[in-house]
Design a protein around this ligand. Structure first.
Ligand code: HEM
Length: 372
């Protein structure tokens, strides 16, 4: 072991102890929305937030997340602020679609996510990753956050489009980064609930990128259609082909096909790149943990060559979803799951009982811990 096993605590925003003023909130949200959260956000199974397009429910507990997103989804609506930011970019893609459009799209896209297709992505993922890691063999210093963005995009481009994307090499990744950097920011006017007709600076800055990006997507779809007409038997059965097969009456419209291409790149790119970058950073700072993980991975690789079986072959650790003593060791920058809910707010008003909610059982929710 090359270092003392002292617990590693990565830098993180200091949880707030009091609500910010409106002006302060605008400044924080524009700079880094994570600085908005207070201690309960990290320690409670769920909290409520008002005043940011609320009432909002933020669910941390896995059972509650399942309750909100899966078992009882019809009782909850997407958070208004989230929709105001994401819908101009993703339109009717799965992440921002609601109601009938979401149900129809989900059904039309179900064949894309059968185990056969998902397992088919494992080999290209492995191939790209192995190509990528050769650059580390010489040693030296690397910008892991940047590298993980490149790797994630490489894998998405391979599994979603078999690398057949229109435009200059690398322009797709660059444009989507610029898109989220401009249009993906919370606009102060959205926080102040200004009417939609008032122009937002964030969206004006992103308009040109958006038009360019949409054109890449349209051209990519047309390139694939032309190939499907020319030589249908040689076309790869990747996400794009499967998505085009889902197009038609009762399935997806052409606009929805394009919206979902942007959604999958956008939703898959940033999230995975940040999760990988953060994990590698934490491991680099905690060599005793890294050593344990490397042993586990080596043991799995020695006995299981098939990448589709690696996850099941890894040892399982049970991690407590919520810590109540404030000792959360590694605050992840992943976004929390947020939903608007009328029913929870009504329950809060109608009872004085302050018992804690139990995971997955909304009927027991009596009171909602506040964010601060
Ligand atoms: C560490 C990586 C990831 C994290 C933390 C993450 C997180 C999430 C969360 C929290 C949601 C629910 C959002 C909500 O409805 O409020 C979601 C939905 C979604 N994610 Fe991811 N995601 C990750 C990777 C990916 C990847 C790789 C893809 C695609 C290639 C993807 C595509 C989607 C889509 C399409 C939805 C919407 C599903 C629906 O509503 O039917 N995500 N993700």
């Amino acid at each position: 072991m090359d270092s003392q096993p002292v617990p590693f605590v990565p830098p993180a925003p200091k949880p707030r102890t009091a609500p910010p003023s409106t002006l302060e909130m605008i400044r924080i949200v524009y700079r880094n929305p994570l600085e908005l959260w207070g201690e309960p956000t990290y320690n409670e199974p769920w909290i409520s937030v008002t005043g940011v397009g609320g009432p909002l429910v933020i669910a941390n507990d896995p059972g509650l997340i399942r309750h909100v997103l899966v078992d009882n989804a019809k009782n909850y609506k997407m958070a208004t602020v989230r929709q105001k930011i994401l819908r101009p970019i993703l339109r009717d893609g799965l992440l921002t679609a609601e109601g009938e459009v979401w149900r129809r799209s989900r059904k039309a896209m179900a064949p894309v996510f059968t185990p056969r297709h998902i397992f088919g992505f494992a080999e290209p993922m492995l191939k790209r990753t192995l190509e990528f890691v050769t650059r580390y063999e010489q040693g030296g210093t690397s910008d892991i956050a940047h590298d993980m963005t490149l790797l994630t995009f490489d894998i998405l481009a391979e599994t979603l489009f078999s690398g057949e994307i229109s435009g200059e090499p690398g322009s797709f990744a660059k444009e989507i980064d610029r898109l989220f950097e401009t249009m993906g920011r919370v606009d102060p006017l959205d926080l102040l609930r200004a009417p939609d007709w008032l122009p937002r600076l964030t969206r004006i800055r992103g308009r040109k990128t958006m038009a360019y990006f949409r054109k890449i997507v349209t051209d990519t779809v047309q390139m694939r259609e032309a190939r499907l007409r020319r030589a249908p038997d040689t076309v790869p059965q990747d996400f794009l082909t499967l998505l085009l097969k889902a197009e038609g009456p009762g399935g997806l419209t052409r606009a929805e096909v394009e919206d979902n291409i942007i959604t999958f790149i956008g939703a898959g790119h940033e999230t995975t790149a940040r999760a990988l970058g953060w994990t590698l950073y934490c491991l680099a700072e905690a060599p005793w943990e890294r050593e344990k993980i490397e042993h586990e991975i080596d043991a799995v690789l020695a006995r299981e060559p098939d990448p589709t079986k690696w996850l099941d072959a890894m040892p399982r650790w049970r991690v407590s979803p919520t810590r109540r003593n404030g000792s959360t060791p590694c605050r992840s920058p992943a976004p929390p799951s947020t939903r608007r809910s009328g029913s929870i707010r009504r329950r809060r008003r109608s009872t004085a009982n302050r018992s804690s909610p139990k995971p997955g059982t909304a009927s027991t929710y009596r009171d909602v811990p506040r964010c601060w």
